[in-house]
Design a protein around this ligand. Structure first.
Ligand SMILES: Cc1cc2nc3c(=O)[nH]c(=O)nc-3n(C[C@H](O)[C@H](O)[C@H](O)COP(=O)(O)O)c2cc1C
Length: 356
């Protein structure tokens, strides 16, 4: 049994205060950051009994990607700051646990090198629509050529980066020797601006649903939109061609005061009405949280911060251990809920927020 809370303490001890704040922090007053995990905890399960749970399977498939568990590794930037092997170690850890990693565009390793490290295990590529559409289209082509199975287009960071007080206080900037190889960017000498300043010049704040339509048409892979909280936006994204929706508020790092994802999920699931899979992230900290998300109607969840702490403390094996712990907790919660497979998990299992 791995104590995920303790893992964060151990990671904190290993990191500089600036680096810990970069990974752990949120925007402004960090209200949404705190509310994400709290909202999952507020939901109560109504277990069913005597349902022969002598064998429980949590295996599933999302958009043609087979997964050992309905938990993907969420995209997060600059993994080389967490561990010397960065994204390659995370990819190996996710592969060892049998699940998919969503690789950030803003990685310290090129998307091709992460694919080589994953050795055939499923990867999805996280993408931002850039001001330069040819560069955007090139990233989509490169992801398909490198064997990625889906593209995740993040839309909640495009207009402007969140205001993270902890980072401003720490004057966070990328160390020399790092960069963003997917953009061919290397940190210049004597720089003192953070990565968000550089990204501000690249990311397109004028993006609309018409641009999403363009991206869906350009993309040879299923394109999933990440960063949706409004049911109306979810419907507009599906109508523009999205193959999936990720209910997300960027882990409380963008708009502070935004709705917790557990609270946003029911209305989005209902509005999408099964046309495409709906995934969710933000504050997933236990296997029971995953069961709650699936009970509301999510096809899978993404775990990010717990995986960061695993990478910091133990590298790739740490990533694997975190995923296996969440999977073990999930199987245990399912057995106690009387659910043998993920298909057995439905809204009948929850009481509270999602049922009102
Ligand atoms: C350090 C850090 C970097 C992140 N970088 C990205 C990114 O590059 N692209 C992206 O779509 N989301 C990014 N996210 C957001 C995560 O994908 C995810 O939505 C969020 O972390 C979920 O909240 P949780 O980790 O508290 O569960 C980042 C999150 C963190 C903590």
């Amino acid at each position: 049994m791995l104590d995920l809370e303790n893992l964060e303490h151990r990671a904190r001890e290993r990191l500089s205060a600036t680096m810990y704040n970069y990974f752990a922090g949120g925007a402004d007053d960090e209200t949404t950051l705190a509310d994400n995990p709290a909202a999952w905890k507020r939901i109560r399960l109504v277990p069913r009994v005597m349902r022969d749970v002598s064998s429980v399977s949590i295996a599933t498939e999302v958009l043609g990607t087979p997964l050992s568990m309905p938990i993907l590794v969420g995209p997060w930037a600059f993994q080389g700051l967490a561990h010397a092997e960065g994204e390659a170690a995370t990819a190996r850890g996710a592969a060892a646990a049998g699940t998919a990693m969503v690789v950030s565009t803003v990685a310290t390793t090129s998307l091709e090198d992460v694919a080589a490290a994953a050795a055939g295990s499923p990867l999805w590529f996280q993408f931002y629509l850039l001001r330069d559409r040819e560069m955007s289209a090139d990233l989509l082509r490169r992801a398909a050529a490198a064997g990625y199975r889906a593209v995740v287009m993040t839309v909640d960071k495009l207009p402007v980066p969140g205001r993270r007080r902890r980072l401003a206080a720490d004057r966070f900037s990328l160390p020399e020797g790092t960069g963003i190889p997917n953009f061919g960017y290397a940190v210049p000498e004597d720089h003192d601006t953070g990565p968000d300043e550089y990204l501000r010049g690249l990311l397109d704040p004028s993006v609309t649903f018409a641009d999403l339509e363009w991206a869906c048409a350009e993309c040879r892979l299923p394109l999933v939109v990440k960063g949706i909280l409004s049911p109306d936006d979810a419907v507009a994204a599906v109508e523009a061609g999205a193959a999936g929706i990720i209910v997300s508020n960027h882990g409380g790092r963008q708009l502070d005061g935004a709705l917790a994802t557990a609270d946003a999920l029911p209305a989005v699931v209902d509005a999408v009405g099964g046309r495409v899979p709906v995934l969710v992230d933000g504050g997933i900290r236990s296997g029971a949280d995953v069961v709650k998300a699936l009970a509301i109607g999510a096809a899978a969840v993404l775990a990010t911060r717990p995986v960061i702490w695993g990478l910091v403390v133990h590298g790739g094996p740490g990533v694997e251990a975190v995923l296996r712990e969440l999977a073990a907790e999930m199987s245990h919660a399912m057995a106690l809920c009387g659910a043998r497979t993920v298909a057995d998990i439905d809204r009948g299992l929850i009481w509270g927020v999602a049922c009102r």
